[in-house]
Design a protein around this ligand. Sequence first.
Ligand code: TZP
Ligand code: MG
Length: 213
Amino acid sequence: MLSFDLSLYLVTDRSLSLGRPLETVVEEAVKGGVTMVQLREKDASTQDFYNMAMRLKSILKPCNVPLIINDRLDIALACDAEGLHIGQKDMPYTVARKLLGKDKIIGLSVESVEDAIEANNLDVDYIGISPVFSTLTKTDTATALGLEGIREITRISGHPGVGIGGINQTNAQDIIQAGANGISVVSAIMSAPDPRQSARQLKEIVNRSKNTK
Ligand code: TZP
Ligand code: MG
């Protein structure tokens, strides 16, 4: 499997990019230190999603930043992305692994301690712990887990974990100190006036928090 770094994981939503092209925001974010990118564009047509994936791939490949595709196994295969991120109600993990092969990264969202216990039976590459805090970016989430939830899940999980939901410069440190290997953000970068600067700040906080853990 490819090596990867969950420290600062950008999840896209082009509707939050303040009119700037998705590619520009992602490129700036990578210059600021983003370590992984997940293409998550829920309302895109298959063709638009595929085209966006190919464009992001050409930006990310030279920087050695893995491109992970949300939910759409067909698109992950079609664009030979580095991986796939699935939720509890998406393609079953074992089927996704069979189709993608053992060399790809597969991440799974867990929304409870029970989900995390079940994920221990699967050789997923990481878990997305979701949502840590409630967020306007995704309103159909399970109940927010809070820092206590992150602590419990990272304690019992056998997989590296990244927190998602309502994370920004004010609380990134708490997420790492609660045991996560990284933070995953949408609006804190996609909607930032300066995505490069925002990514740089978040990365510094994560690195500093890891060093003092
Ligand atoms: N999954 C759980 S919360 C969320 C996703 C995709 C959205 C997080 O967005 P933000 O803007 O970082 O709170
Ligand atoms: Mg999904």
